[in-house]
Design a protein around this ligand. Structure first.
Ligand code: SF4
Length: 237
């Protein structure tokens, strides 16, 4: 959903079976959010940011919208995204953080974001992929990163502008099988079950040293949470 006209039309007359609307490029349009805040339908929204470092203050437009319908914010983990993540958390909006193939700068922010999610009392809503990774580490669920981030086409079918399926349903399985067959870094990776080669796409030569450290940081945090739960220590996030 990329135009106010389409957005307004789908909000006003959602087709049967519509579960949510993905809205891109409209965060800067106050009129679009004034309509969404009227609550003619309760269709949930996934609001996609393209540049969180510069768009973050536009998140205030979602405050009234969030009072009448579920709203999630999706943002790429590009440098400066922490400003948007902090504000979304303060507004109690759930977040889907898309790491892509993070640069050293973005990796540093991802560590800060994980620390923020784990320890800051302002955080009440889930921040993915941290939330599901930690749950998986507790043995609650065991999705791959592709599934957590809703990018596994076996579950989340996405169409291109000509209504063609963008990726086949076996994309993740094939992708990982090829990487392992080529004896890429994934072949012996400790995080293969959770990641399934997520960080080797689109560039299969991307070095995963930094993301492995992030996984290890989250795993340690999960173990500490599990220990605290057993010990009866209050868990802060
Ligand atoms: S962390 Fe990197 S090496 Fe490990 S499975 Fe994921 S993409 Fe492959």
């Amino acid at each position: 959903m990329r135009t106010r006209e389409d957005f307004t039309r789908w909000l006003g007359k959602p087709p049967p079976g519509l579960e949510w609307l993905e809205v891109e490029g409209l965060l800067g349009d106050p009129d679009a959010w004034a309509v969404a805040a009227q609550g003619a339908s309760a269709i949930p929204l996934d609001v996609v940011m393209s540049n969180p470092a510069t768009e973050f203050s536009d998140l205030y437009r979602l405050v009234d919208v969030h009072m009448v319908r579920d709203v999630r914010v999706t943002m790429p983990a590009t440098p400066g995204f922490m400003k948007a993540l902090r504000l979304a958390a303060a507004l109690q909006l759930p977040v889907r953080l898309l790491p892509g193939q993070p640069s050293a700068e973005s990796l540093s922010e991802l560590h800060a974001a994980a620390d923020f999610y784990l320890h800051d009392s302002v955080v009440e809503a889930p921040v993915e992929f941290f939330h599901s990774f930690l749950a998986a580490a507790q043995g609650v669920i065991s999705p791959t990163l592709w599934e957590i981030l809703e990018q596994d086409p076996a579950i989340f079918v996405r169409l291109d502008i000509d209504a063609r399926v963008r990726r086949s349903s076996d994309f993740v399985t094939t992708h990982l099988r090829q990487l392992v067959g080529q004896n890429a870094e994934c072949a012996t990776c400790h995080w293969q079950a959770q990641c399934a080669g997520y960080f080797k796409q689109p560039d299969p030569t991307y070095s995963c040293h930094g993301v492995k450290e992030l996984f290890a940081y989250l795993q340690t945090a999960a173990e500490e949470i599990a220990h605290d739960l057993v010990s009866g220590v209050p868990v802060t996030s």
